[in-house]
Ligand binder design. Structure first.
Ligand SMILES: Nc1ncnc2c1ncn2[C@@H]1O[C@H](COP(=O)(O)OP(=O)(O)OP(=O)(O)O)[C@@H](O)[C@H]1O
Ligand SMILES: Nc1nc2c(ncn2[C@@H]2O[C@H](COP(=O)(O)OP(=O)(O)O)[C@@H](O)[C@H]2O)c(=O)[nH]1
Length: 226
């Protein structure tokens, strides 16, 4: 059996973590694990951690580290047979350290996208709340405007995707992410990508992964759109 591969993807809101994670999962067969999806599943199932998480999300806050790690780490430990990519976790140094004691990471992907680009993207981001599926009215629109492709249910725009809310979210992101980025840099596993377009970043990430995931060597997967 080939060695399992473990990666995290970091970046500010709207940087394309979800979009790129889907491409990686599709091209390389890694499991895409989204912390937001785990939180939503726990809220729906009304687990103790989910009920607690909801009280913070309602106020527009991040879920505290001890709740997040309680919710997420057992799920990762169960995944002993799979290669995975974790999206949305860690967001703080405490989370990065907790993850580090649970498993060894191969790489940390860091997306560095200009503020104006983030604002523009989030202005056009629409979400299917039940599944977390993400659309963009310009980049990847749904087949029918305002409607989820899979379920036919209505799409919504999140309050905190508004440009006014984004500046504060971004400032907060920078403060908490900096020590995490430094942590992975010191470990020698940080790969930072800067551009305004996912289609420009994707071939570079794809080439990196092709060299690091031995089972897949095809350059054909690394075209600008998968
Ligand atoms: N690692 C985490 N630490 C703390 N809270 C988290 C974490 N991951 C998710 N959450 C909570 O769950 C909510 C939904 O997460 P999700 O990643 O889907 O959306 P988001 O914060 O809008 O991210 P983005 O805009 O970067 O896609 C977050 O707003 C936050 O309250
Ligand atoms: N215009 C444009 N939109 C993009 C690009 N990449 C992603 N998006 C959209 O930007 C929004 C944010 O992307 P998402 O993957 O949700 O980012 P995340 O918040 O980091 O997970 C979504 O609506 C995406 O469809 C891009 O290169 N150009």
């Amino acid at each position: 059996m080939s060695k399992l591969f473990r990666a995290v993807i970091m970046g500010p809101p709207g940087s394309g973590k979800g979009t790129i994670s889907e491409r990686i999962a599709h091209s390389f067969g890694l499991k895409h694990l989204s912390s937001g999806d785990f939180v939503r599943e726990n809220i729906s199932a009304k687990t103790e951690a989910g009920v607690l998480a909801m009280t913070y999300i309602k106020k527009g806050l991040l879920v505290p580290d001890h709740v997040m790690t309680r919710l997420l780490l057992p799920r990762l430990v169960e995944m002993t047979k799979y290669s995975w990519l974790l999206d949305g976790f860690p967001r703080t140094l405490a989370q990065a350290k907790a993850l580090n004691s649970a498993c060894d990471l191969d790489i940390a992907i860091n997306l560095n996208i200009p503020l104006e680009t983030l604002k523009e993207r989030l202005r056009h981001r629409w979400i299917h709340p039940a599944s977390g599926r993400v659309y963009n009215m310009c980049f990847n629109p749904p087949r029918v405007q305002g409607i989820d492709d899979i379920t036919g249910e209505p799409l919504i725009q999140q309050e905190d995707d508004r440009p006014e809310a984004l500046v504060a979210r971004l400032r907060h992101y920078k403060d908490v992410a900096k020590p995490v980025i430094d942590f992975y840099k010191a470990k020698g596993i940080l790969y930072t990508y800067s551009d305004t377009e996912t289609d420009q970043i994707w071939p570079n990430i794809c080439t990196l992964l092709s060299t690091r995931i031995p089972t897949i060597q095809s350059d054909a997967r690394c075209a600008s759109t998968p």
